[in-house]
Design a protein around this ligand. Structure first.
Ligand SMILES: [Zn+2]
Length: 180
């Protein structure tokens, strides 16, 4: 029975080993999310005893992505370029060209800020404002995963729309630590 249960959820690993179910205490989601994010907690996942590779269950990643969006929207400093790119994809679900047209900018302008160490204050404000507006719109839809975040989004919106961020993003951004 134990063997059967394992083969049902185990996966082949690229190294030739087998990934088996495990509980992860920490998972580095940075390569998957494109910004430094450490997930902490008791996460269902798979581990390869042969090479040590780990993968985490998809639901945890989606939660981590949502949580990262909320944390970034509420950061007291300006966004780094990589964080802006993450927000564009995870919160707005827009391509660079679509985002540029929503903000009345050119695509190269958006591409340039996404590789910058820090956004300029007006870029940061425009992007956060657009993202929070979009998420609040989605939070009113019955089937949206953002629905349960409505109250939190409203409180973040108040800060986002009131205060421009004066502090630039640092050269090296610290990983977001997210409890899963
Ligand atoms: Zn392996």
């Amino acid at each position: 029975m134990r063997f059967a249960a394992r083969t049902a959820t185990s996966l082949p690993c690229p190294c030739g080993g087998i990934l088996v179910p495990t509980t992860l205490r920490e998972f580095d989601a940075s390569p998957l999310l494109g910004i430094p994010v450490l997930l902490k907690g008791h996460l269902p996942g798979l581990r390869c005893p042969n090479c040590g590779s780990v993968i985490v269950a998809g639901g945890a990643l989606e939660l981590a992505s949502h949580e990262a969006v909320l944390v970034l929207l509420n950061l007291p400093r300006r966004l780094a370029g990589s964080e802006a790119r993450f927000l564009r994809k995870a919160a707005l679900e827009l391509g660079q060209k679509q985002l540029a047209s929503r903000l009345g900018l050119s695509r190269p302008t958006v591409a340039r800020w996404e590789t910058a160490t820090s956004l300029a204050a007006d870029q940061d404000f425009a992007l956060r404002g657009l993202a929070i507006g979009e998420l609040l719109r989605r939070a009113r839809l019955d089937d949206s995963p953002w629905r349960r975040e409505h109250a939190r989004l409203l409180s973040i919106a108040e800060t986002v729309l009131r205060e421009a961020r004066n502090t630039k993003a640092p050269q090296r951004i610290r990983p977001l630590r997210i409890a899963a």
